[in-house]
Design a binder for this molecule. Structure first.
Ligand code: NAD
Ligand code: UDP
Ligand code: UDP
Length: 361
């Protein structure tokens, strides 16, 4: 079949194909939406490293050019400033769709976030809640339309938040979740659930080749500083000699995955034969107080802990069951929290103390 006069990667016979050792692999054309962000920029590094042609599409809502500056000038790399809410015409083989304002302060008020940068975000992009909705729904629809037109394979980065405040523990992919549809988090949770629905509808209705990853809490270098996520908050606070802010009683749990493990999982999923959804996360589960202890041990044993009121609808516990990814993708995370945390500390130290671009929105 010809799609807009363009042969698909599959027809050209190299998507997912095993390349014999010594033979040069054909260069893929890959789009990464949200590629200037935390996860996206690490994914781009890996794709460029293996020799692909990479086009990043990003509106810099939370992403930064600094995350990609080392690829500028590389003829295999292209950066397009574009909001995925608007249609986009490209000819590509694969689409990694990551674009989404992913941190809580971008979709709900967070007292820890400095008011200055929050209002700057508002001035620039309008009400963040609507932007999350539009990106998840209209943005995903556009990227699926693009995938359909050119016959590209499409990977959605969904989230463990689709399980809401889960009543099943650990969470398997067959669990349908427990989400409050009208709560402050729901623009994100329900937005991603709708994105999953759209993805499966394009798969069933238009035969688009799709992949769905449900990503659990991920940390590492290039995370937004001050974006309100717990790992970035604790690391920044410990480095600045501020108290670590524990919300609620600190007994709620999360399972933290190092970013390189996630990137490996995303690529295995894209190249593999299975649609998913797949949980991609590290099953090592920690309470927020245990996380604070790991941060103290890693950065500053004297760091104080300060309790703050918790936010509404905060999931009580979260831990991935990754049996499916282990069996069908041959994937599992390799880096524990105690190994991974020091790897992001040097990046945070440099950005907090040497570089002031974070506040220059
Ligand atoms: P991030 O905020 O660092 O990256 C998101 C990127 O998308 C940014 O570069 C931002 O500028 C861009 N973007 C946002 N809206 C856009 C739009 N309308 N058009 C174009 N670009 C837009 O977040 P991240 O942590 O790297 O997350 C990447 C993806 O992984 C997201 O889809 C997120 O929902 C998902 N995810 C992340 C985690 C995590 O713990 N990091 C957990 C679950 C799911
Ligand atoms: N779209 C896009 N790039 C393309 C093809 C489609 O951005 O290369 C957008 C298009 O503007 C539309 C959406 O994707 O809003 C869904 O496209 P589809 O063809 O599935 O639906 P239709 O345009 O027929 O409503
Ligand atoms: N949290 C915390 N202190 C902070 C930021 C967050 O104790 O400074 C808690 C938050 O209440 C939640 C957990 O850490 O229970 C994870 O929050 P995050 O926003 O990082 O991720 P998500 O809730 O989306 O899993």
């Amino acid at each position: 079949a010809v799609h807009g006069g363009y042969r698909t990667a599959l027809e050209r016979g190299f998507v997912g194909a095993k390349v014999p050792l010594g033979l040069k692999r054909k260069r893929l054309r890959v789009v990464v939406t949200g590629g200037a962000g935390f996860v996206g920029s690490h994914l781009v590094d890996r794709l460029i490293e293996r020799g692909d042609n990479v086009i990043v599409v990003d509106n810099f809502f939370t992403g930064r050019k600094e995350n990609l500056v080392h690829h500028f000038g590389n003829p295999n790399f292209e950066l397009i400033r574009h909001d995925v809410v608007e249609p986009l015409l490209l000819e590509v083989d694969q689409i990694y769709h990551l674009a989404c304002p992913a941190s809580p302060v971008h979709y709900k008020f967070n007292p820890v976030k400095t008011i200055i940068s929050f209002s700057q975000l508002l001035l620039r992009f309008g009400p963040p809640v609507l932007s999350v909705h539009k990106t998840n729904v209209v943005g995903t629809l556009n990227m699926l339309g693009l995938a359909k037109r050119v016959g590209a394979r499409f990977l959605l980065t969904s989230t463990s938040e689709v399980y809401g405040d889960p009543l099943q523990h650990p969470q398997t992919e067959t669990y349908w979740g427990n989400v409050n549809p009208i709560g402050v988090r729901s623009c994100y949770d329900e937005g991603k659930r709708t994105a999953e629905t759209l993805t499966m509808d394009y798969h069933r209705g238009a035969q688009v080749e799709v992949r769905i990853a449900r990503i659990f809490n991920t940390y590492g270098p290039r995370m937004c500083i001050d974006d309100g996520r717990v790992v970035s908050n604790f690391v920044a606070q410990a480095l600045r000699k501020e108290a670590l802010t524990v919300y609620g009683d600190g007994k709620q749990t999360r399972s933290f995955q190092y970013v390189s493990d996630l990137v490996e999982g995303l690529i295995k999923l894209m190249e593999g034969e299975h649609v998913g959804p797949f949980n991609l996360g590290n099953p090592g589960e920690f309470t927020m107080l245990e996380l604070a202890k790991v941060v103290q041990d890693t950065i500053d044993p004297d760091a104080k802990i300060e309790f703050r009121p918790n936010t509404a609808d905060d999931p009580h516990k979260r831990k991935p069951d990754i049996t499916r990814a282990k069996e069908l993708l041959g994937w599992e995370p390799k880096i524990s929290l105690r190994e991974g945390l020091p790897l992001m500390v040097s990046d945070f130290r440099k950005r907090i103390f040497d570089d002031h671009s974070e506040v220059d929105l």
